[in-house]
Write a protein that binds this ligand. Structure first.
Ligand code: KIV
Ligand code: ZN
Length: 539
């Protein structure tokens, strides 16, 4: 349903898409993806046709290592990259995690700005040069494809950054990425920076150069585009623009900018743009980061026309007010329909058409969920199936599980809820609570059942499709076990979706707390070794 003729783009005009949703994107507060969710996202990124997936930062936690390794083992097509500081332990971990990929890459970085060198790394420019040389040489001894990033390059002395990049190229780096780490540069300044780097390091002509822009001033896409016009042939970006602080360059925006205005600049990517909307939905679902309605390309209103004059124009001729076709970004591909009489085979075929290979027990569970929903909803569409499958992925990895709930709601009495939750040990616990409304009562009852206090930070309800019988999708973000975590739930009843979402957010908080404990133990052990961390693992 999302097939698109492959775009023939000659290599010199081809911009490679490096997706960092699972690494930089995952660094956004409250995002807590587990291994299975990361693999699902990576599989969708492969369907989308990105060139590189930066699957994670393997040294930072056992969970991150496992996720990168699982992606390297199972995702075919794109290059799979693992991030590493210039420390030997980081590079060894990155290699350990990506080595089984069809096309592995190690991406190593060190800051070249004096602000970072002095205050964070607390070292000297000479030491940075030495670390960059040793790191690229070590990475190169493992794998041919090595990317090097001089972090905070846009606030660094361009002459010094050029020296460090020259060293990286000399040691065999295949990609040189110039990060605007704090989203500080402007398009014209970035253009000049690239021009000067090419002047100072003519060897850059022999490698691929790359942009990595953050959105602190809302310029990430504009700056990335400027870098591409200045010669970069790789863009590092994230689905829905998620990432550290204000986020990264949005993948869907840069891809559609390159495709739509190819007439003006002659550049393009080989991304299957018809998978953009779906990729955006999957990332929204798993991360809990909801896309604003007016978001370019994938927002709910990106192709909606409100003014009468615009509606009139579009009805007469679509191109009067639309520069892109909604079908080209996959926003109108909801045609697949199943009903309550559809059998297991029909469901399996439909899932395969959507790109999901669900077999055995997972297929039985999906079928059970499908039947429950088909009983309440006349037509089950592609969007519903996508939501069911994502929900199942989340369920499979949840630590707590919602068993049942009862709720009494009335405008004359305080709502009251009773819930049963299965604990990680398998024991079933029950809790009761009143609340301001039925949702609040359910959340209170869950807290009582699991005996954990949580602070609710965000609660969002949306409909998966249009119509009164649509599936409701709820996202909850809360703070529990000392950690911000989100969870999602899907059901025809929004109270049930809310309860599922809350229980999953709690599970994720619990998982995150376990991971953090493991990280603290590892960091404590590592403090004794001299060459560990002069900079913390936040990139
Ligand atoms: O923003 C940044 O500089 C990074 C690097 C690790 C590329 O994320
Ligand atoms: Zn970044």
């Amino acid at each position: 349903m999302s097939e698109q003729e492959p775009v023939p783009v000659p290599e010199e005009r081809r911009v490679h898409i490096f997706d960092t949703t699972l690494r930089d994107g995952e660094q956004s507060p409250g995002i807590s993806l587990n291994v299975q969710e990361k693999v699902e996202i990576a599989q969708q990124l492969a369907r989308l046709g990105v060139d590189v997936i930066e699957a994670g930062f393997p040294i930072t936690s056992p969970g991150d290592f496992d996720a990168v390794q699982a992606i390297a083992r199972s995702v075919r097509g794109p290059v799979i990259a693992g991030l590493a500081r210039t420390h030997k332990a980081d590079i060894d971990a990155a290699w350990g995690a990506v080595r089984e990929a069809e096309r592995p890459r190690i991406h190593t970085f060190i800051s070249t700005s004096d602000i970072h060198i002095t205050h964070q790394l607390q070292t000297t420019r000479e030491d940075v040069k030495g670390q960059a040389r040793a790191a690229v040489a070590l990475a190169k001894s493992y794998v041919d494809d090595v990317e090097f990033s001089p972090m905070d390059a846009t606030r660094a002395d361009v002459e010094f950054t050029a020296e460090v990049c020259a060293i990286a190229v000399e040691e065999g780096a295949t990609v040189i990425n110039i990060p605007d780490t704090v989203g500080y540069t402007t398009p014209e300044e970035y253009t000049r920076y690239f021009a000067r780097l090419y002047e100072l390091v003519p060897e850059l002509e022999g490698v691929r150069t790359s942009v990595h822009c953050h959105d602190d001033l809302g310029l990430a896409v504009a700056n990335s585009f400027a870098g591409v016009l200045a010669g970069a042939r790789q863009v590092e970006c994230a689905v829905n623009g998620i990432g550290e602080r204000a986020g990264n360059c949005s993948l869907e925006e840069i891809v559609m900018l390159l495709r739509t205005r190819s007439d003006a600049h002659g550049l393009d990517t080989t991304v299957n743009t018809r998978e953009l909307a779906r990729t955006s939905r999957i990332v929204t679902r798993f991360t809990g980061y909801v896309v604003q309605p007016n978001k370019a390309v994938v927002g709910r209103n990106a192709f909606a026309h409100e003014s009468g004059i615009h509606q009139d124009g579009v009805l007469k001729e679509r191109t009067t007010y639309e520069i892109m076709d909604a079908r080209d970004v996959g926003l109108e591909s909801n045609s697949l329909v199943l009903g309550k009489h559809s059998g297991r085979h029909a469901l399996r075929d439909a899932l395969i058409k959507l790109g999901f290979r669900v077999e055995g027990n997972a297929l039985n569970q999906a079928f059970r969920r499908f039947k429950e929903i088909a009983d309440k909803k006349k037509q089950v569409t592609a969007l519903d199936l996508e939501a069911i499958v994502s929900d199942q992925v989340r369920e499979a990895s949840a630590r707590y599980e919602l068993v049942w709930f009862d709720v009494e709601a009335s405008t004359r009495r305080e709502p009251h809820a009773k819930v049963a939750v299965a604990l990680p040990s398998g024991e079933e616990v029950v809790g009761e609570s009143s609340g301001d409304g039925p949702v609040d009562a359910i959340f209170g009852a869950i807290q009582r059942a699991v005996d954990t206090s949580c602070e609710l930070r965000q609660y969002t309800v949306s409909a998966v499709t249009e119509g009164g019988d649509a599936l409701g999708e709820v996202t909850v973000m809360l703070r529990a076990h000392g950690r911000l975590a989100s969870g999602q739930g899907v059901a025809t009843d929004i109270l049930e979706a809310s309860a599922r979402a809350y229980v999953r957010a709690l599970s994720n908080a619990l998982d995150g707390a376990a991971v953090r404990e493991a990280e603290e133990v590892a960091a404590e052990a590592a403090r004794v070794s001299v060459d560990w961390v002069r900079s913390l693992p936040s990139a």
